[in-house]
Design a protein around this ligand. Structure first.
Ligand SMILES: Nc1ncnc2c1ncn2[C@@H]1O[C@H](COP(=O)(O)OP(=O)(O)OP(=O)(O)O)[C@@H](O)[C@H]1O
Length: 793
């Protein structure tokens, strides 16, 4: 947050006045005639001169430049893209620059609103990152805005999640060196982790985290906040026991042998189940005698069978398991469910079981974003204000719409069964299509989208089904979705940022909508969005409805639910769902229940926000330790404090050896402890009687003398080289072990919490103890290797 933003927050953040943003926007309008009178080359020269003049102006110091910057961006956009930014877009951009969580309704033009704060942020010359939800949006937004940045004398790059990992470092570095870089947080997080593990500066690609402007911020800052990126290493061979246990579990009966908790994605064995497995495996007392890993595999196999559903949680792509993100509906082949679940799913599906992976380092999305010096965020619906304030220090600012929203939002309709709902959806789609209205059907899962598509085909309704599996076709399909009478079936990913042009065609592209088609669609009522999915929050539903009625367009939205939808269970008591199912006319009497859904979702939103605020505190423990270790790694890596680090490690090793010998252990114990740590040069017998402090000082001096002898032996350049790579390798490897230890601690803490104790305090305390142990171990091992590493031939 900028200094100005922080001050503003202290003065009463939630009472922020929009006048603060209205004023510069109005002042920009006054500068407009002068800019309009310039020729294109003159405008560009003017923009470049402006950039040169103000290079180095940072954050709050830009205050006086705001009207000029806004006017420049507006006029350049008008000429380059044919879109003159509205006042509300300038206000949104100014609020972003101010470090706020900005709410601008769906379709108001956030993509272009982000350009103004990016241009202002670029003045610092340290790179601006514009973050969005997925690669499709990264490419689309960068392609749309790059000509605009270019005309303003700024460069624009992209970093993608899929495929970019294989791009040469130089190309990736160039993308980061651009003034403005479009990317997803996950893509940047991966690169940050890779840079953190690099052994030479040439292999790093990033240049720090200065300013992030986050689009689709409710998804990234809230839903995805606790997602992690991690670097992994394959751990040995694939384990044949996944296949074996899959066959064993295939012979169990649900209910009798195990119980399933769908909500928590857990499966527990009954006594009968345990006995049956013991029979099948020919063993007894499974819990105590089996290898812990076999028990873990059993748990994963049971969960893979009962709670992970194909088409909902995962898909099979090219013989591998692809994880579907619950919120975006996108598929990742690089993510893992963890705990062996991915391996168990592969075994269930009869695929080749992949080897398990070991996490080398990991980073939470919320921590990654909080690592930026400046942060601004924007979204269509910012409901979780408390979480944005507490986790990210962002105050929410709501920007009014530029023109009235004409979209008609119909109340939710409930149908007694999935079948009845499908029939209603097909009938409604056919009716809308008959009058030329384009229809967008939003489904909950790939499986549901297949089912809808089959029902439409049966009725002879031509349509296009867009799934996370056919990514590449996405842009083309979206371009067609607004055509006269088009029917498009999507999973909820399209709820994210996708902009459907009335009449068809792509925004800003050569194939912009034909005016006659556009008018025909407008006359038919605009895009009709029909969601057949109960969303986890009202916010997600509003995003879906918000595909229609954008920037004053006509449009309509509706939600058709079946009382059998699993997602309704947590929202309504069973009796209420039953009553709803008896309702003879879903179109008539759903209003009250529609409000009921809204209320239930609002309550759930509050609970989720509270949960996020609490759970990030656990993540912070690991992340803070990671940062602390990273700082140590950095001084070794860049050489600035490498000699000091080694000197401290020598002292620490001496102290640890003395402590390990214990005062009561006598000369023999001391000799053994010291000899294990370094080549001792002292007469140990005479030391043993010294008081502890003198003993420590003498041993410290001795370890340093031994190190000087070592230097003479292997030569200074060789030892300097060891001093660089030995600590780096140890830090990286021991951190991976530490992550495992923290996982175990976290599992143990859950048990601890169940007993009513303060879980977080326990976790923090124990994690700190483990971390101190980790640091000592790294120092000790580094010294060990520095003394013993074989010299070059
Ligand atoms: N100033 C403008 N003049 C004309 N058209 C504009 C202007 N700004 C944006 N648009 C158009 O409005 C449409 C919606 O813009 P955009 O997709 O950026 O909205 P959004 O606010 O990001 O929506 P969502 O919340 O759904 O992500 C696009 O077709 C875009 O080109």
């Amino acid at each position: 947050m900028t200094a100005g933003g922080r001050l503003w927050t202290r003065l009463g953040g939630d009472r922020r006045s929009l006048a603060r943003y209205r004023r510069p926007a109005a002042a920009a309008a006054e500068l407009e005639p002068a800019l309009r009178s310039l020729s294109d080359p003159e405008l560009r020269a003017h923009a470049e001169a402006w950039q040169r003049r103000h290079r180095g102006t940072v954050g709050a110091d830009c205050e006086d430049l705001l009207p000029e910057a806004a006017a420049l961006v507006r006029e350049t956009s008008r000429r380059v893209l044919g879109k003159r930014l509205d006042d509300v877009q300038l206000m949104g951009g100014l609020a972003l620059h101010d470090g706020a969580m900005v709410e601008m309704k769906t379709g108001e033009g956030k993509t272009l609103a982000l350009v103004l704060p990016a241009v202002l942020g670029a003045l610092a010359g340290r790179g601006v990152h514009v973050l969005t939800a997925n690669d499709y949006l990264v490419e689309r937004d960068a392609a749309l805005t790059a000509p605009l940045y270019g005309a303003l004398g700024l460069s624009c790059g992209t970093v993608l999640e899929v495929g970019d990992g294989k791009r040469p470092s130089a190309a990736r570095r160039a993308a980061y060196a651009a003034d403005v870089t479009y990317a997803t947080p996950l893509a940047l997080g991966y690169d940050l982790l890779r840079d953190r593990r690099a052994n030479t500066p040439e292999r790093t690609v990033q240049r720090g985290r200065y300013l992030a402007l986050v689009d689709e911020a409710d998804l990234l800052l809230f839903d995805d906040a606790r997602k992690t990126v991690h670097l992994t290493r394959t751990d040995g061979e694939a384990d044949p026991r996944y296949a074996k246990m899959t066959a064993v579990v295939g012979r169990l009966k649900p209910g009798l042998h195990y119980r399933v908790d769908q909500e928590r994605k857990l499966v527990t064995l009954t006594d009968a189940g345990t006995e049956r497995i013991e029979d099948l495996l020919g063993t007894s007392d499974l819990d105590r005698t089996a290898d812990p890993r076999l028990l873990r595999i059993l748990d994963a196999v049971l969960r893979a069978r009962e709670v992970f559903r194909r088409g909902v949680d995962y898909v099979v792509v090219d013989g591998a398991v692809g994880v579907i993100s619950g919120y975006s509906g996108r598929v990742s082949l690089t993510t893992d469910f963890g705990d062996g679940v991915t391996q168990a799913i592969a075994a269930k599906e009869g695929l080749e079981v992949p080897a398990e992976t070991r996490r080398l380092c990991t980073l939470h999305v919320h921590w990654f974003l909080r690592g930026y010096q400046r942060l601004g965020a924007i979204t269509g619906v910012a409901a979780e204000t408390e979480a944005y304030r507490r986790v990210y220090g962002l105050e929410t600012v709501r920007i009014p719409t530029g023109r009235p929203v004409l979209r008609v939002d119909r109340p939710v309709r409930f149908y007694p069964s999935d079948r009845a709902r499908t029939e209603a959806v097909v009938a409604e789609t056919a009716a809308r299509r008959a009058k030329g209205q384009p229809v967008l059907l939003g489904t909950a899962s790939i499986a549901q989208s297949e089912q809808m598509s089959a029902a439409l085909t049966e009725r002879g309704i031509p349509h296009h089904r867009l799934t996370p599996e056919n990514h590449a076709e996405e842009a083309a399909a979206v371009a067609r979705a607004g055509s006269v009478g088009a029917v498009t079936v999507v999973t909820r990913m399209v709820g994210r940022g996708v902009d459907i042009q009335l009449g068809g065609g792509a925004d800003g592209g050569a194939d912009a909508p034909d005016p006659a088609d556009h008018d025909a669609v407008v006359r038919s009522g605009g895009l009709y969005v029909l969601a057949v999915d109960a969303y986890e929050s009202r916010r997600l539903e509003l995003h879906m409805r918000g595909r229609a009625g954008r920037r004053g367009d006509p449009g309509e939205s509706a939600v058709f639910l079946s009382v059998t939808d699993p997602s309704l269970k947590p929202l309504f008591p069973a009796w209420q769902l039953k009553v709803l199912g008896l309702n003879p006319d879903p179109a008539d009497s759903s209003m009250a229940f529609s409000r009921g859904v809204e209320r239930a979702l609002d309550i759930r939103t509050g609970q989720l926000a509270q949960q996020l605020c609490e759970s990030v505190r656990y993540d912070e423990v690991m992340e803070r330790q990671s940062d602390r270790l990273q700082r140590q790694r950095l001084v070794v890596f860049d050489g600035s404090g490498r000699r000091d680090w080694v000197a401290r490690a020598l002292d620490s090793t001496a102290d640890q050896a003395v402590a390990a010998a214990k005062p009561s252990g006598g000369a023999k114990a001391l000799r053994r402890a010291l000899a294990q740590a370094y080549p001792v040069g002292l007469d140990v017998e005479s030391l043993a009687a010294l008081p502890p402090e003198q003993l420590s000082a003498a041993v410290r001096a001795d370890v340093h003398s031994a190190y000087a002898r070592r230097e003479a032996e292997v030569t200074a350049p060789v030892l300097r080289d060891y001093e660089r790579w030995i600590p780096l390798n140890l830090i990286d490897n021991f951190w991976a072990d530490h992550l495992r230890a923290l996982d175990d601690l976290s599992a143990a803490t859950s048990l601890h919490t169940l007993t009513g104790a303060d879980g977080l305090a326990h976790y923090q305390q124990e994690a700190e103890r483990l971390f101190t142990g980790l640091l000592r171990r790294i120092e000790r091992r580094a010294v060990f290797h520095l003394f013993r590493q074989e010299g070059p031939e």
